[in-house]
Design a protein around this ligand. Sequence first.
Ligand code: DUR
Ligand code: ZN
Length: 139
Amino acid sequence: MYKELIESALEARENAYVPYSNFKVGSAVLMEDGSIFSGCNIENASYGATNCAERTAIFNAVSHGHTKIKALAVVGDPHNFTFPCGICRQVMVEFAENKNIPIIIIKNKDEYVVETMEDILPGAFTKIDLDAVKDVKNV
Ligand SMILES: O=c1ccn([C@H]2C[C@H](O)[C@@H](CO)O2)c(=O)[nH]1
Ligand SMILES: [Zn+2]
């Protein structure tokens, strides 16, 4: 069912730039119109500047004008399930079409588990209600 998305994540993993961890990750997002965008992790000599594969894929989609994610796939260690980090989970929530979208955690092309956005980030902080902020400030 998720064949194309999974293949796209596996392919993106090949481009991972990982001279520091040597841990390759690939990710792909399925957008509202059926388009797929992918990304890999990109490390930096200043370690904190590293971008995870999931965020690279999401930022790639947003950069192309797509802001509604219908499904996300991620693959890291081919012998283990690699779950998204906390920062990526928060970025996913920003663009997830709803809290029930599937998050596909891939080990290899035949083995994967499917979670939902709500499963991996329950009770997420979402968009700020700007009108409420305005009321508090009384402006
Ligand atoms: O879900 C994950 C977990 C880790 N990484 C990256 C960050 C870093 O480059 C390397 C080791 O943490 O893996 C991702 O891209 N996605
Ligand atoms: Zn991350």
